[in-house]
Design a protein around this ligand. Structure first.
Ligand SMILES: [Zn+2]
Length: 165
């Protein structure tokens, strides 16, 4: 049996905890974002219930992936470190109800299943943690093409002037 398949509701009911590591190469959508497709994502999953008694999962993931900086186009290591709370609904209709009920809380409502794929959940979480346009905080000197530097130095007034023409 696949180590990454759980009965989501039972997992929460007995407050089970599991953790492990998964290779990036086993997460195709995440590997797609990465430059070298190597590395591992460490994860832990804790079952339980929220204050309303709904089953919930707390998923924590961390790991490093190599991304391409969108400014200087060289790879850099991005550290993923995220935790999220997922409240389980029985079906789509109750998911909508729960969504409305828990709108003020920092939780995500998902439909739980008796054969719930944890690997897919880990991958979704990791993809959400990755910036849409990844960039170095400070690009290494000499790597940013001249044209990009010029573009970033354009003043808003210059843009306005261009618009008027
Ligand atoms: Zn960069």
């Amino acid at each position: 049996m696949n180590a990454f398949v759980i009965d989501a509701f039972e997992f929460c009911r007995v407050k089970e905890r599991r953790d492990g590591e998964i290779e990036l190469s086993k997460l195709p959508r995440l590997a797609e974002e990465s430059v070298d497709k190597v590395g591992v994502i460490r994860w832990s999953l804790q079952g339980g219930s929220n204050s309303h008694g709904h089953p919930k999962l707390i998923l924590s993931i961390n790991g490093a992936v190599s991304l391409i900086c969108q400014r200087c186009l060289t790879p850099f290591v991005f550290d993923i470190d995220s935790e999220s709370t997922l409240v389980l609904a029985r079906d789509e209709a109750s998911a909508d109800e729960l969504d409305a009920l828990l709108a003020d809380e920092d939780v995500e409502v998902i439909v739980g299943e008796a054969e719930f794929n944890v690997a897919a959940l880990i991958e979704d979480e990791a993809l959400l943690a990755i910036p849409v346009s990844p960039k170095h905080e400070t690009c290494p000197a000499g790597l940013v093409p001249e044209s990009v530097i010029k573009e970033e130095k354009v003043s808003p007034f210059a843009v306005l002037k261009n618009l008027k023409q």
